[in-house]
Ligand binder design. Structure first.
Ligand SMILES: NC(=O)c1ccc[n+]([C@@H]2O[C@H](COP(=O)([O-])OP(=O)(O)OC[C@H]3O[C@@H](n4cnc5c(N)ncnc54)[C@H](O)[C@@H]3O)[C@@H](O)[C@H]2O)c1
Ligand SMILES: O=c1ccn([C@@H]2O[C@H](COP(=O)(O)OP(=O)(O)O[C@H]3O[C@H](CO)[C@@H](O)[C@H](O)[C@H]3O)[C@@H](O)[C@H]2O)c(=O)[nH]1
Length: 481
């Protein structure tokens, strides 16, 4: 029986291994983690991450050929194939701070593999890493000696949260990079055989190691660039009276552009886009390519601009002050169908509102009060460390932040509603009921373009929707930072 062990039971390690276990019943899959709480969660009825369809997959194979354990040494030692899916945060100190990937967890996992291995292993990079990381891990393992032979593969993950199970069942492609030696190619084949159990062969791409590593960073940079492009156009739409949805629809009809991933928003969030672009920027700088670095940095620049532009709209529309005013925030997760709040635009928007002394009332169907308080207290990039190692600052005060049990409670007595996550339930709220319970004039700031501005205006709201023709009220109040 082939034995697989995955180091890191997070958003990637957990779902990916669950699907491998489901599709390959003859393979034993063990997911290990240094976090006892995470592993306890995976072994319980309430999984540590919310992902549609995941409960069902885990239920089918946990205890059969899927196991979760904190006994890292034992299961790594026994495995034929070791996936490494640990955190690769952005460095906050020292060389490359604010850009470079912090490979502390990665390196400690590599050293541990070297320490406990007594049999040959294929080591698979699942984490997103800088180009040439495979060379670093080869060096670490080579120096451990003991006659154990290792093959390093790059097999980056492309799943998106909220659709992880679907993405894993039916990926656009699986990418496997390996050394161009007979041993390297044999390792590539061994991993390919695992995926080939359910992924059509023509979707399994094999490349050299560096192409695979770079493809992951490039894919995320391209995706994020699309969002920054449409968001940049959204600002111009507001200035000119064009409608960003109509522009996106028109340009998306061009097959060379395509219709997906063109929704203007309050900004992209999530654990990957910003981090991976910063990583790319740093690599470009290291290879003396400052123009290329600057090009990609601007994708993040526009994203930051979009978030602050949104806050400025809110504050300027409400007579340039939100001090003491209740503002309802609907949605805190970085996108719908996930409870993940890593790098969510809601953090920056809430901080901006709190900076202007608003009283913020938040409702999100999947995010807890504890998580919101941690997020608002944490410094930039600190969220990307294992939870029990995250440094947390002074939590935001009880009097300025409150969690509401539902959207109506959040909006009661509020001056404004800000929609920051595109949860389906926010499309179908009874906005008349909400309006009746709010202060007047009542505002809706739709950061996801999910409500019909005309219908809301009929109710009486003053409405701002990203990239849509502006309400007369807003035209008179330019949002200047
Ligand atoms: N989240 C995504 O959608 C996504 C998608 C593709 C790629 N990635 C990449 O995958 C990697 C993991 O991301 P994630 O979202 O799963 O992170 P995560 O924080 O959810 O999970 C990482 C886990 O690794 C554990 N860990 C860290 N060091 C360890 C060690 N030495 N031994 C054992 N366990 C250790 C942590 O406790 C944590 O549970 C990152 O490089 C990320 O960029 C993430
Ligand atoms: O048209 C769009 C599409 C997305 N977003 C936002 O962009 C962010 C990222 O969304 P998405 O890419 O769907 O989710 P992630 O889980 O962050 O997935 C991305 O990051 C992963 C981690 O590297 C990759 O594996 C995936 O392929 C890549 O899509 C979210 O805040 C979305 O709301 C928009 O604003 N407009």
């Amino acid at each position: 029986m082939v034995k697989i062990c995955c180091i890191g039971a997070g958003y990637v390690g957990g779902p990916t291994m669950a699907v491998i276990a489901l599709k390959c019943p003859e393979v034993e899959v063990v997911v290990v983690d240094i976090s006892e709480a995470r592993i306890a969660g995976w072994n319980s009825d309430r999984l540590p991450i919310y992902e549609p369809g995941l409960d069902d997959v885990v239920r089918q194979c946990r205890g059969r050929n899927l196991f979760f354990s904190t006994d890292v040494n034992r299961y790594v030692g026994e495995a034929d194939i070791v996936f490494v899916s640990v955190n690769t945060p952005t460095k906050t100190r020292g060389l490359g701070a604010g850009k470079a990937a912090d490979l502390t967890y990665w390196e400690s996992a590599a050293r541990m593999i070297g320490d406990v291995s007594r049999s040959d292993k294929i080591v698979v990079e699942k984490s997103t890493v800088p180009v040439k990381t495979a060379e670093a891990i080869e060096k670490i393992l080579a120096h451990h000696g003991r006659g154990v032979r290792y093959q390093i593969l790059s097999n980056p993950e492309f799943l998106a949260e909220g659709t992880a199970v679907q993405d894993l069942f039916c990926p656009d492609r699986v990418l496997i990079g390996g050394r161009e030696t007979p041993e390297g190619q044999a390792a590539v084949k061994a991993l390919k055989d695992v995926y080939a159990r359910w992924v059509p062969e023509d979707r399994i791409i094999t490349t050299n190691l560096w192409s695979a590593e770079l493809s992951k960073l490039a894919a995320n940079a391209f995706l994020a660039q699309r969002i920054s492009s449409v968001n940049a156009i959204s600002a111009l739409c507001e200035a000119t009276g064009a409608d960003v949805a109509e522009v996106a629809c028109s340009i998306g009809k061009d097959k060379r552009i395509g219709p997906r991933f063109l929704s203007a928003s309050v900004g992209f969030g999530g654990s990957c886009f910003q981090k991976d672009i910063l990583n790319l920027v740093y690599i470009c700088e290291c290879y003396a390519l400052p123009e290329v670095a600057e090009y990609w940095r601007q994708v993040i620049g526009i994203n930051d601009y979009q978030k602050s532009r949104f806050v400025n709209r809110v504050v300027s529309s409400m007579f340039n002050t939100v001090a003491g005013k209740k503002v309802a925030v609907l949605g805190f997760a970085f996108k719908k169908d996930t409870g993940d709040t890593r790098e969510t635009p809601a953090i920056d928007v809430c901080r901006g509102l709190l900076g202007d002394k608003a009283v913020v009332s938040i409702y999100d169907p999947q995010v807890t009060e504890e998580q919101v308080r941690r997020d608002l207290a944490m410094k930039k990039f600190d969220w990307d460390h294992p939870r029990h190692l995250q440094p947390v600052g002074e939590p935001a005060g009880q009097h300025v932040i409150a969690m509401a049990p539902d959207a109506y409670e959040a909006a009661r007595d509020a001056h404004a509603v800000c929609i920051l996550t595109e949860w389906e339930e926010f499309r179908n709220l009874d906005y008349s009921r909400m309006y009746d319970a709010m202060q007047k004039p009542a505002f809706v700031f739709d950061g996801r373009n999910i409500v019909d501005p005309e219908k809301l205006r009929e109710i009486g709201f003053i409405v701002y929707s990203i990239g849509k023709p502006l309400d007369n009220w807003l035209k008179d109040m330019p949002a200047v930072a």
